[in-house]
Design a protein around this ligand. Structure first.
Ligand SMILES: Nc1nc2c(ncn2[C@@H]2O[C@H](COP(=O)(O)OP(=O)(O)OP(=O)(O)O)[C@@H](O)[C@H]2O)c(=O)[nH]1
Ligand SMILES: [Mg+2]
Length: 738
């Protein structure tokens, strides 16, 4: 089969697949028709329908191409009666016997009632189909007047799988009648496919009684449109006519050519409707009798003929065979198209279903958490520490919703773990900063406990314990963590530290008691037993130092003894010098030395008084503005600082437009006096307003705030540390009693 042929088949198939819904379309059908391939023979009265069906049945008994076997009694009886009449076989029935004998040959009477013809047809000995055909009085389709059966016949035709239009060439001379017949068939076609829509079913013109046409010579004239000319059906009527007449079969025989032309000209209104609207079209010339019957008289409206002596049907099977083949081809193509459509739908459905999760995930869900995160953190330069609690929770929830969504868990599980990590990060982001800060407080407290000179002062006179402002601030800060969520690690850790601190204070206020130290020992041991896992390194060190202090306590007792032996005030002076706390050395120590000075004998202890005075003078210098030189040893990458010293309670103006960076060897200067506060602003990006609206601030307060600048300065929100060192070191500038 050539590619072109294949294309044609598809075009034909597509016609059948689309549009034709004749049977039972819309409202409930007015007439019920048996199932099977419905073949309509549309023919006016006397066109030879009844004779055709009879001869067809007879012909197909012995044919290989098309076999017909009648399936119901009524049809069999109808065929048999007409057959006997046409072939001139009579019957006589006596009791028990039926005998054939030669009878009068005659054509059947004009059909008076409808007859449903049911039979099975076998095409090419392989394809078996049940066929429903219909014989009826031709008047029913006449345009001239209404007939009882008109609606029924029209209904049958409208639901047909294929139609044969029977045309009687004998009426060619009757111009009006010929036109009326064409018009009534065009009516039917309009019902099948209104306007210019493609005709959904195969249609053929069957010129019956072709034996009366000049030049009709036999089988080779039966089918007009040869396989090579089929394309012309898709063109227009003029081209069609021209091609048909040029056809060698026709052209070779002038009288036949004339007959074909006159038939086609009469049918032009019909052909104009059909040509160009279908590829399933054919034109047949058939004769049921072969020879032209002899006229024997006239009846109302028609001449009477007698069938020829020998019935030699020509081309009777062809139209039926062609029509059934076309219907079946269309059916299989329709089936194929249905399967193709089904597969296409399944494929599309699969594509949509398969890509839907991807579209949803990558087109929408995937970007949701990062969008929320970016939008919230943009104003803070990406610093979560600067975001509020609600904002942090919003980001956390966005990641949680993403990670826990059904879609991600089902189809994109590899994204679940990273999203969960982000969620966890934002869950504890605030805690991380807090943990770092708490650890710093713990480390400071550990340093105080480690250094006995920083212990709270115990006054044996009234057994009172004096806590420095540093002690108080630090403990208050740690107490701040022992609030809120009682299940948090911070709550637990601060709780343990505070408990130990209480025991430590008891121990300090009972210098001679081992029991108090034993309690500390027990407490630290218990904490480690139950909570070692959640202890930070800082807390562990805190415990270590507390435990070691029991041993130190012995040492202190020893020192105390030695001091007592050395004599009162010298020992007190020595103790003062040992205390490294700037607050103590610059304030409390001065007050204490004044007291000692008052107790000393001016002449006997003149030298000592001079030493004390020198010390006090040095200490007092801190109350005046002094210059300090410092360097920034380390700071977060790309960051710079702004530093402003203000009087207590004042706010910085950030008027100095300078940026201080880590590693600048020449260092920086500032002027400071006791009570001043130091504001340090840190900027991490390029945007800089000389300290205004900085990424984070550190305010150093307290009377000797400058000492807080010496060493690590933690920026709480940023959770980054800046290391600053003074030159000369601040501790070296604290006066000593020489
Ligand atoms: N020349 C010729 N005449 C035929 C042929 N077949 C039928 N006729 C004539 O046409 C007449 C009508 O044939 P029918 O088969 O009864 O026609 P019909 O279409 O059934 O007519 P209604 O039943 O009235 O609708 C016959 O009586 C014959 O005279 C044929 O093959 N050749
Ligand atoms: Mg009839």
């Amino acid at each position: 089969m050539r590619f072109g042929d294949l294309f044609k088949i598809f075009q034909k198939g597509s016609k059948a697949a689309s549009g034709h819904k004749g049977k039972g379309k819309g409202s409930a059908p007015a007439f019920a028709w048996p199932p099977g391939i419905r073949i309509g023979v549309f023919g006016h009265t006397n066109t030879g329908k009844t004779v055709y069906f009879t001869v067809l049945n007879e012909e197909c008994k012995i044919s290989k191409k098309l076999q017909i076997s009648v399936t119901d009694n009524a049809t069999a009886t109808e065929f048999l009666n007409n057959y006997r009449a046409l072939w001139g076989l009579g019957t006589t029935s006596e009791v028990g016997t039926v005998v054939d004998f030669r009878g009068e040959k005659k054509f059947p009477e004009s059909t008076a009632t409808e007859k449903l013809l049911l039979f099975n047809a076998i095409l090419d000995r392989s394809k078996k189909v049940s066929v429903v055909a219909y014989d009826y009085p031709g008047e029913a389709v006449s345009i001239a007047g209404r007939h009882d059966l008109t609606d029924k016949v029209v209904d049958f035709m409208a639901g047909c799988d294929g139609i044969l239009f029977f045309y009687d060439p004998k009426i060619i001379g009757a111009e009006l009648e010929a036109q009326a017949r064409v018009a009534s068939f065009v009516n039917i076609l309009e019902r099948l496919a209104p306007l210019k829509a493609r005709l959904p079913i195969p249609i053929a013109v069957v010129v019956t009684k072709a034996d009366v046409l000049a030049g009709f010579s036999g089988e080779e004239k039966v089918t007009l449109i040869g396989p090579d000319d089929e394309y012309i059906i898709a063109e227009d009527f003029e081209s069609f006519l021209e091609t048909m007449l040029e056809n060698t079969k026709v052209a070779g025989d002038p009288s036949w050519s004339g007959s074909v032309r006159s038939v086609m000209v009469k049918l032009k209104d019909f052909l104009r409707i059909v040509i160009g609207r279908t590829l399933d079209f054919q034109f047949f010339f058939v004769s049921a009798t072969g020879q032209t019957p002899e006229k024997i008289g006239t009846d109302i409206g028609r001449s009477l003929y007698t069938p020829p002596n020998k019935m030699q049907p020509i081309g009777v099977k062809e139209p039926f065979y062609w029509l059934l083949s076309a219907v079946m081809r269309n059916r299989s193509i329709t089936r194929f198209r249905k399967v193709a459509k089904f597969i296409t739908t399944i494929c599309l459905l699969w594509i949509v279903l398969y890509s839907l999760p991807y579209l949803l995930h990558f087109g929408y869900m995937y970007s949701q958490p990062t969008k929320v995160e970016t939008n919230i953190l943009r104003p803070y330069n990406g610093n979560i520490g600067a975001a509020s609690e609600a904002e942090r929770l919003m980001i956390k929830n966005a990641y949680r919703n993403y990670a826990e969504s059904w879609l991600v868990r089902t189809f994109f599980s590899e994204f679940e773990a990273p999203a969960t990590r982000f969620k966890k990060y934002y869950e504890t982001a605030h805690l991380k900063g807090a943990t770092v800060t708490l650890d710093q407080y713990i480390t400071q407290l550990t340093a105080m406990i480690a250094d006995t000179t920083q212990w709270p002062t115990f006054r044996p006179s009234d057994s009172s314990l004096i806590l420095s402002s540093e002690h108080k601030t630090l403990i208050a800060a740690i107490e701040g963590y022992h609030a809120g969520d009682t299940a948090s690690v911070l709550y637990h850790s601060s709780g343990r530290i505070l408990a130990c601190w209480k025991f430590f204070l008891d121990a300090v206020s009972q210098p001679g008691s081992d029991a108090a130290w034993q309690l500390i020992h027990n407490q630290v041991g218990a904490d480690r037993k139950f909570a070692l896992k959640e202890m930070s390194e800082a807390e562990k060190r805190f415990g270590d130092v507390l435990l070691s202090q029991k041993a130190k306590k012995e040492q202190i007792a020893e020192e105390a003894r030695t001091t007592a032996e050395l004599g009162g005030w010298e020992a007190r002076i020595a103790k003062i010098s040992k205390n490294p706390s700037p607050d103590y050395r610059l304030d409390s120590a001065v007050a204490e030395l004044e007291i000692i000075k008052g107790q000393l004998d001016k002449t006997a202890n003149a030298q000592t008084i001079a030493r004390i005075d020198a010390y006090i003078a040095e200490a007092n210098k801190w109350n005046d503005l002094q210059s300090f030189h410092y360097r920034i040893d380390a700071a977060p990458d790309g960051s710079h600082l702004h530093v402003e010293v203000v009087d207590e309670g004042k706010t910085p103006t950030w008027a100095v437009q300078e940026q201080y960076v880590a590693g600048y060897q020449r260092g920086y200067d500032l002027k400071w006096k006791a009570g001043d506060q130091v504001y340090i602003a840190i900027d991490t990006g390029l945007a800089c307003q000389w300290g205004k609206n900085a990424v984070d601030y550190k305010i150093l307060d307290g009377k000797y705030s400058i000492f807080k600048m010496d060493g690590d300065v933690l920026f709480d929100n940023l959770r980054k540390t800046v290391r600053i060192s003074f030159n000369p070191p601040l501790k070296k500038r604290i006066p000593e009693i020489k």
